[in-house]
Design a protein around this ligand. Sequence first.
Ligand SMILES: [Zn+2]
Length: 189
Amino acid sequence: MIPASHPFRIHHFGLVSPWVDLTNSEMWDGYGKLTDFLDDPQWIADFLVHWHFHVPPPGPAELQELRRLRKLLRHLVQKTSAGSPLRANDVAALNNWLKVPVFRQLVENQNGLHLAVAAAQIGWPDALARIAASLAESLAHDPHNRLKICANPGCLWVFVDRTKGNVRRWCNDATCGNRDRVRRSRARN
Ligand SMILES: [Zn+2]
């Protein structure tokens, strides 16, 4: 269990998907001030535990890879958020992260038999591939214009819009949405 006092819980990470958390690990406070949780070993430890990544703490090379993947994830969500189609080179860039050998195995648990896919080699390449795969799954299962970035330019939090009409613009209506309403009414007066 990750304590409620950790930034991971305070800022509502761990609710949607690993790719959402990694993208939002570059977190702006709503007024443009940046916190990079990849600089926080505790946040990384919580992220790994929460999403069941059984890997040692990242070294400099793995941190660099995490930042590289994070940059791609945000780039792709910038496109989906703007309603732009993903191009072949976007898909290829994501596929590059998925090129990790796996094997299939029939396993039995309390729900019966199911076909599992496991990494041929456990470690950071597999963990990075699974983070990338979590976005691939979101793209495959959600209409891609539901993967969004908060419209507050001082926030830019990434989220998946589950509203019926796909009308959500803010990470949080009570904070970013309200700030926008206040700003607009001031501009009117
Ligand atoms: Zn926001």
